[in-house]
Write a protein that binds this ligand. Structure first.
Ligand SMILES: Cc1cc2nc3c(=O)[nH]c(=O)nc-3n(C[C@H](O)[C@H](O)[C@H](O)COP(=O)(O)OP(=O)(O)OC[C@H]3O[C@@H](n4cnc5c(N)ncnc54)[C@H](O)[C@@H]3O)c2cc1C
Ligand SMILES: *[C@@H]1O[C@H](CO)[C@@H](O)[C@H](O)[C@H]1NC(C)=O
Ligand SMILES: *[C@@H]1O[C@H](CO)[C@@H](O)[C@H](O)[C@H]1NC(C)=O
Ligand SMILES: *[C@@H]1O[C@H](CO)[C@@H](O)[C@H](O)[C@H]1NC(C)=O
Ligand SMILES: *[C@@H]1O[C@H](CO)[C@@H](O)[C@H](O)[C@H]1NC(C)=O
Ligand SMILES: *[C@@H]1O[C@H](CO)[C@@H](O)[C@H](O)[C@H]1NC(C)=O
Ligand SMILES: *[C@@H]1O[C@H](CO)[C@@H](O)[C@H](O)[C@H]1NC(C)=O
Ligand SMILES: *[C@@H]1O[C@H](CO)[C@@H](O)[C@H](O)[C@H]1NC(C)=O
Ligand SMILES: *[C@@H]1O[C@H](CO)[C@@H](O)[C@H](O)[C@H]1NC(C)=O
Length: 605
């Protein structure tokens, strides 16, 4: 109860919350907000706390000890030291990974570590309360509580979302970070399958709070691997897989969501249900690519495991002398003209394109660097067959400082372990992304690589040397997969998914932030979209202000997704920014827009 009093002080002192956020005109429904008669009393919050074994926390932004009115120098030092550690941010209810989503600049509420201590700490988009759940019953209690009082609910796993989906203003958060169970089986039998049906083979059931590093490490101990991303603290069961989930193993075995066999979910009614090929098939379809935070709270997911096979790894860096931009972009064009062949040979990996000069062995050069994995491969001659033509081509423009190596890896799990040294990713900054998936058809057109490179060059110039990351994570099994799911269908045609970031800082005025966002949406991303208007963007690594996001993220699957959403969650309990059904709500997910609301008529006031 002490904590409850503290949060009241925060609310009273910092936020003029009794003023309406959005116009609550007729026909618009708003969720219950603090200081309204509908807001749960202290006793009600206390009862929720008891029902989840004392795991309810009142939440302040993580930097609060560095700001008025909470100044505490030693606590500020301690939190500042952790502020770029993604494992710490994942565990703190008052943090997400990208601090622009903690702030709410439209309300002038920020609490940045690096801004003046005299700017009072504003709650921003940070949830007011967090249910730090450690079992399914806790999730059920929190979901029912949010439904009963019509609260804004935010589901946070790692908090990595680049589109601000894991936090929401004035919300109750469900933090899944403590749900760390990992259970392997040799023969997985989905709930509801008849005893005569064949099992689905080796699999692992992953608790909602398990991160990728923990999961890979547990699998490696059994000489197993699985399709997951390349980062330490992304959640394995949350937004990652529900958004599709790309992986360096994708070309070999498909998207992460293609390998999901079952989800266990708390639905909008607070029921615990399985979703698989035999039960709740619509939900199963939607959870594989439909996006996190939208169809229920996933308690665990079961995915296939595979033997940790050998692989061939190619790492490369191609250098162009600083200043010779035309040579750099020609090299980039030639590089892209080989990606289809590399993908077709089983290559999967990442590359970085940046005309920003970098120091290599004491000389300033512009680099295109990265690596490709060829899974379950031990023959380097097969790999040379596609890599040698690439190096021969790019060498026309590459100079001193260039390198490429072809190595056999005895076990992919050892390589992943090396690639994920340490326990955390470096986060804590301000960033939004622009991205687009580029198809096989486009890259095989004679002018495709050139047009793509011209677009990258032009984006880069417009923003003062932006860098790009190319993800060659589709093709192969992703292209061939017969899985029918909500996954954006354009993934099946993709060869490379290209992402770039733009940022601002803690002192950038709101108007300037808006300019940066507008330029990203209307100018920079448009240059990529214009190349192939019928392709799309990956919903987990896309522009937070994506235009026509429904088509970009889901294409023709959107209609069915929206219908499933209406069926499973008619009241909109689970709303995620730029998620399915979010267009019926304002950006904060607090009030509906433009729609008559059934709930309005029967609202408890
Ligand atoms: C450093 C870094 C590396 C990345 N690498 C990859 C990569 O290799 N491959 C790739 O595909 N993507 C990658 N991503 C993108 C990543 O997939 C997204 O950031 C994704 O949203 C992370 O999911 P999360 O659950 O960890 O994050 P969160 O931000 O906690 O959640 C994301 C969304 O999922 C929802 N959610 C979380 N848990 C649950 C749950 N249990 N039930 C229902 N909804 C839930 C949240 O409400 C939110 O809407 C990377 C991102 C970063 C920052
Ligand atoms: C919930 O209960 C625990 C244990 O009694 C307590 O430490 C915590 O402060 C309570 N949370 C709130 C928000 O009051
Ligand atoms: C906080 O850190 C600063 C600089 O690192 C140091 O000078 C100061 O003494 C620290 N304060 C406390 C209370 O630990
Ligand atoms: C935002 O808050 C700061 C700190 O309280 C204040 O100085 C500033 O005037 C406010 N800006 C606006 C636009 O309200
Ligand atoms: C994993 O592989 C190694 C090397 O091939 C072997 O020594 C070890 O016994 C295997 N471990 C398991 C659990 O199968
Ligand atoms: C690896 O390749 C061999 C030979 O092509 C094949 O038999 C085996 O099934 C593959 N292993 C996996 C796990 O895909
Ligand atoms: C840039 O590189 C190309 C290819 O290596 C070369 O032909 C050209 O002379 C270089 N231009 C300058 C200005 O160095
Ligand atoms: C950098 O220099 C070292 C030592 O001279 C050399 O071994 C290495 O290959 C060089 N690396 C590149 C990328 O040129
Ligand atoms: C922050 O951004 C503003 C522009 O919005 C710029 O003037 C300022 O120099 C930047 N500050 C830092 C520390 O980069």
């Amino acid at each position: 109860m002490v904590a409850l009093c503290k949060i009241s002080i925060v609310l009273g002192a910092l936020a003029p919350l009794s003023q309406g956020l959005a116009t609550e005109s007729q026909g618009h429904r708003c969720r219950c907000r603090p200081h309204r008669p509908c807001w749960p009393s202290h006793d009600k919050w206390h009862a929720l706390n008891s029902s989840i074994d004392g795991n309810l926390a009142a939440v302040l932004p993580v930097a609060h000890a560095c700001k008025e009115p909470f100044l505490d120098a030693s606590a500020c030092n301690a939190s500042t030291a952790k502020s770029t550690d993604s494992a710490w941010r994942a565990a703190q209810p008052g943090a997400v990974q990208w601090t622009n989503w903690e702030a709410w600049p439209e309300r002038n509420q920020t609490c940045y570590f690096d801004s003046s201590k005299n700017i009072p700490c504003g709650q921003g988009r940070v949830s007011l309360f967090s249910a730090l759940v450690d079992k399914a019953e806790h999730i059920q209690a929190a979901v029912r509580f949010a439904a009963t009082y019509d609260l804004r609910l935010a589901i946070k796993n790692s908090g990595h979302c680049f589109l601000g989906r894991s936090t929401a203003p004035e919300s109750l958060q469900i933090s899944t970070n403590k749900m760390k169970s990992i259970a392997f089986t040799d023969q997985f039998r989905p709930a509801g399958a008849s005893p005569r049906q064949l099992g689905k083979g080796p699999a692992v059931t992953i608790g909602a709070g398990v991160n990728l590093k923990e999961l890979y490490a547990a699998a490696a101990k059994l000489n197993l691997t699985l399709v997951a991303g390349l980062a330490h603290t992304l959640g394995a069961a949350g937004g990652y897989i529900q958004g599709g989930g790309h992986s360096p193993l994708g070309n070999w075995k498909g998207m992460a969501s293609d390998n999901a066999l079952e989800f266990t979910v708390v639905n909008a009614k607070g029921e615990l249900v399985p979703a698989n090929d035999y039960q709740n098939q619509d939900l199963f379809w939607a959870l594989r690519g439909g996006g996190g935070g939208t169809f229920g709270v996933v308690v665990s997911v079961t995915v296939r495991t595979f033997p940790s096979v050998p692989a061939v790894f190619v790492d490369f860096g191609f250098a162009v002398p600083q200043g010779n931009l035309s040579a750099y972009w020609d090299l980039t064009r030639d590089f892209h003209s080989h990606l289809v062949a590399i993908s077709d040979a089983g290559g999967c990996g990442y590359y970085s394109v940046s005309p920003q000069p970098q120091d290599t062995n004491g000389t300033e050069v512009m680099l295109l660097y990265g690596g490709f994995l060829f899974l379950n491969e031990t023959q380097t001659d097969k790999v040379h067959k596609v890599i040698d033509p690439l190096t021969a081509d790019v060498r026309r423009n590459a100079g001193p400082g260039s390198f490429w190596n072809v190595n056999i890896l005895p076990q992919i799990s050892e390589w992943i372990d090396m690639a994920l040294k340490g326990d955390a990713d470096t986060t804590g900054g301000i960033v939004i992304l622009g991205s687009r998936m580029i198809s096989r058809d486009f890259l095989t057109k004679s002018d495709g690589p050139k047009r793509l490179t011209d677009a990258l060059n032009s984006i880069s110039e417009s923003a003062g040397a932006v860098g790009f990351t190319g993800h060659v994570v589709a093709g192969g099994a992703v292209a061939k997969s017969a899985v029918d799911s909500a996954l954006n269908p354009v993934w099946r045609r993709t060869i490379t998914h290209i992402v770039f970031g733009v940022d601002w800082n803690s002192t950038t005025p709101l108007a300037e932030q808006k300019e940066i966002q507008d330029r990203l949406a209307n100018v920079q991303v448009e240059k990529l979209r214009a190349l192939e208007p019928d392709m799309g963007a990956y919903l987990n690594e896309a522009n937070a202000y994506e235009k026509d996001f429904q088509t970009s993220f889901w294409g023709d699957n959107y209609k069915r997704l929206y219908e499933i959403k209406q069926k499973l969650d008619p009241e909109g309990l689970f709303i995620a920014r730029k998620g399915v059904g979010s267009e019926d709500w304002d950006d904060a997910g607090l009030c509906t827009v433009g729609k008559e609301s059934r709930r309005m008529l029967q609202a408890p006031s």
